[in-house]
Design a binder for this molecule. Structure first.
Ligand SMILES: Nc1ncnc2c1ncn2[C@@H]1O[C@H](COP(=O)(O)OP(=O)(O)O)[C@@H](O)[C@H]1O
Ligand SMILES: [Mg+2]
Length: 343
């Protein structure tokens, strides 16, 4: 996170508006939170006075570019997702496209709860409730996701074409599939969105372990979905495959129980838990669309920057390069699965 991204005066002004005299001249502490790639996030704490004893307030401040995410939170407040997302406490406009969101702090009960696949299944259950809800409340701001997805896919492909084949051994084998899947992406997405009975609905759009926590409430663990910046209208299978594929990369248990978890999602939607051919096709088209929306291009770009560093230019460290190559190979496996379904 960039130093000084958070203006203490603006943060204090928000706390004064919220807590009034109780804030007094209390010191406001702003501590960056690691984890985000796209935005800047910090934990804000202060001691309030008044009452029998001092009370600590803690909230999360997220600096975002544009008003979209705030609009999404407003939409969530009228949906079932308000029960499993942080509450939006307030919004501040800081500049032409700079907004600060103030969010309820979610305290995770575990650092890595996903070795227990019951927690993984609970996330799918919450997604099923959210996806299954009839659209109500405010509409989401428009987003031409299909166009953005295709542009990102084409740039990932041109990056892959330029990388020497030896850089990622899986790349040489996957290139024909990658070319076919990028060419077919618009048609694959049309088939995905038309797949019944799931069709389209409002989706989270970025479900991975960095955006999900399990918190403890009333003695039981419950999932919370963070980071609704990519919420949009899409296929529920985009969320389901995003969650299962991202988690499967890190967690062998999620890989082993993949089909059971997927069937569990269908059951939570009130559908027969059968992994039919059209369901599997839709699932892999959704996974490929997710891969091409950013992850594959991101990891390929790290590998290509690291090549520059070997030639004496600044670039990524060898560890980062090896991790990116492994990640890219994993996403290429998804591309090959989608290609096999399409042919
Ligand atoms: N409401 C919250 N409570 C606790 N931690 C949070 C909260 N919001 C974000 N975080 C932490 O900050 C990280 C980045 O936030 P996120 O909203 O995912 O930003 P980005 O859009 O940059 O990915 C998360 O992975 C999480 O660790
Ligand atoms: Mg995030």
């Amino acid at each position: 996170m960039k130093r000084g991204a958070f203006d203490p005066a603006a943060v204090t002004a928000f706390l004064v508006a919220r807590h009034g005299a109780a804030l007094g001249d209390a010191a406001v502490e702003i501590r960056p939170l690691a984890g985000g790639l796209c935005s800047e996030v910090a934990l804000v704490t202060a001691q309030l006075r008044g009452g029998a004893r001092p009370r600590r307030v803690a909230l999360v401040a997220k600096l975002v570019h544009g008003a979209r995410e705030a609009a999404v939170y407003r939409r969530l407040s009228t949906s079932v997702a308000r029960r499993f997302s942080p509450e939006l406490l307030g919004v501040q406009r800081l500049g032409r496209r700079r907004w600060m969101l103030y969010l309820e702090q979610v305290v995770p009960a575990h650092r890595w709860p996903w070795t227990d696949s019951a927690n993984t299944a609970q996330v799918l259950d919450r997604l099923a409730r959210f996806h299954g809800e009839a659209a109500r409340g405010a509409a989401l701001p428009a987003w031409d996701y299909a166009a953005e997805n295709l542009a990102a896919a084409q740039s990932a492909l041109s990056l892959a074409e330029r990388l020497p084949r030896g850089e990622i051994p899986a790349l040489a084998r996957a290139m024909p599939a990658l070319r076919r899947v990028v060419a077919a992406l618009p048609a694959m997405r049309r088939q995905l969105l038309a797949f019944q009975p799931l069709g389209t609905t409002v989706i989270h759009g970025d479900v991975h372990p960095g955006n999900v926590m399990i918190r403890r409430r009333g003695g039981v663990g419950e999932p919370v979905l963070l980071d609704w910046a990519r919420a949009r209208v899409g296929s529920p299978l985009e969320d389901v495959s995003s969650w299962l594929q991202a988690l499967g990369y890190w967690e062998p248990e999620a890989r082993r129980r993949h089909d059971t978890l997927l069937a569990g999602y269908l059951a939570a939607r009130g559908l027969a838990p059968a992994l039919t051919r059209p369901l599997r096709d839709g699932y892999w088209f959704a996974a490929a669309s997710n891969a091409l929306a950013g992850a594959l291009g991101y990891h390929l770009s790290i590998v290509s920057i690291a090549r520059g560093s070997r030639a004496g230019q600044p670039g990524a460290a060898p560890d980062a390069r090896a991790a990116a190559a492994r990640n890219a190979a994993d996403w290429l496996r998804v591309i090959r699965r989608a290609d096999a379904c399409w042919r």
